[in-house]
Design a protein around this ligand. Structure first.
Ligand code: PEP
Length: 255
């Protein structure tokens, strides 16, 4: 059975004390939650990864980075490499988020290159894909998703023990309060799973967690998780409040 993943993408929110307070609260409350197959993850900003890791060590909460450099080391001001993340103990890295694509020139090719950097350090990529509203309205969702999967994943070899998580995030649903309906999300998740069968193997498709992202909150997570191919959420705004995050972890655990 696949894992259920509840992953909070904090973006550029929360400073040191807020990060510590959140992690302490969540780690302590998670002791009373039987997680079953649920994995809880948060992605704080780079400066606070170390403290978040320190405070969550040995708990059910994992810490992710929000991005990673294309380079290993050297004169790349402002960047953080996969080996630096690995040296902290980071196990997950978000790549290809629509905000990185929109504001920082991220493309499918750079997502793929970053994925390879994460693999070298045994960090699991959380690969974000999704169509814009204009693309959906023009009936291009299937084409865009297939083209992003081809661009990000083709020629990527999945060896034993290599894990990838895919996050389907329709851009029109991110931070807008407008969630895809469970049917709309399930349709795209099924398409992604079929692409994985066709391009890898049924076992790879069966084991890969595909998350939905776009205005997920405690109120709508349960119906999304009820869909056959939705294995969790990549959650922005609603992951910032400890009680909401915990409510969503509980929903995952009860699923
Ligand atoms: C996200 O940032 O990946 C996201 C889905 O944000 P929100 O949940 O706020 O829509």
């Amino acid at each position: 059975m696949r894992k259920i993943i509840i992953a909070g993408n904090w973006k550029m929110n929360k400073g040191l004390s807020e990060t510590i307070e959140f992690v302490n609260t969540v780690v302590s409350a998670m002791k009373d939650i039987k997680l079953n197959r649920t994995q809880a993850i948060i992605a704080p900003a780079y400066p606070f990864l170390h403290e978040a890791l320190r405070k969550s060590v040995g708990s059910g909460l994992q810490i992710a980075a929000q991005d990673v450099s294309l380079n290993n080391d050297g004169a790349y001001t402002g960047e953080v490499s996969a080996s630096m993340l690995a040296s902290l103990g980071i196990k997950y890295g978000i790549i290809g988020h629509s905000e990185r694509r929109q504001y920082h020139g991220e493309t499918d090719a750079t997502v793929k290159a970053r994925m390879l950097k994460l693999f070298e350090q045994k960090i699991t990529p959380i690969v974000c894909i999704g169509e814009t509203l204009a693309q959906r309205d023009a009936n291009l969702t299937t084409d865009i998703i297939i083209s992003q999967l081809n661009g990000c994943l083709s020629e990527i070899k999945l060896q034993a023990g290599t894990e990838i998580i895919i996050a389907y995030e329709p851009v029109w649903a991110i931070g807008t309060g407008r969630t895809a309906t469970p049917q709309q999300a399930q349709e795209v998740h099924a398409l992604i799973r079929k692409w994985l069968v066709d391009n890898y193997a049924p076992e790879v498709a069966e084991n890969m967690a595909i998350l939905y992202g776009g205005s997920v909150k405690p109120d709508n997570l349960k119906e999304l998780l009820a869909c056959q191919d939705i294995d969790g959420g990549l959650i922005g705004g609603a992951s910032l409040k400890a009680e909401d995050f915990l409510a969503m972890v509980k929903t995952g655990a009860e699923n």
